[in-house]
Design a protein around this ligand. Structure first.
Ligand code: FES
Length: 107
């Protein structure tokens, strides 16, 4: 069945609508978690965030938990892989979020 003109227009409107509601924000967050951060090993952002939430505190912990950052791209770049900066940024962001959650931060 073909969509009516109204349905079609609504679908176009929804596809281009800015993120406004909580549901849309959650949807954007889920889609973001499927982004591939480590191209060499095809490791998604969600996998890395899960490792960080599970206790990974530094780059080495993330590498051991996910294999992100252990690919061949580092051999031509002095051991610094393409995804290292993104992983470090996620670790820093998680650290900042943890610091904000501590009771001392409220004082
Ligand atoms: S992109 Fe992650 S190891 Fe190459």
């Amino acid at each position: 069945m073909r969509p009516s003109g109204d349905e079609s227009a609504r679908a176009r409107e929804t596809a281009t609508a800015p993120v406004t509601s909580e549901e849309d924000a959650l949807r954007a967050k889920v889609l973001d978690s499927f982004k591939v951060v480590c191209i060499c090993n095809k490791i998604k952002k969600g996998t890395i965030l899960k490792a960080i939430a599970g206790g990974a505190k530094n780059l080495g912990d993330v590498k051991r938990a996910t294999r992100a950052g252990t690919g061949a791209c580092g051999t031509q770049r002095g051991g610094v892989t393409r995804c290292t900066a993104a992983i470090r940024e996620m670790l820093e962001e998680a650290k900042r979020a943890r610091d904000l959650d501590t009771p001392e931060a409220d004082q």
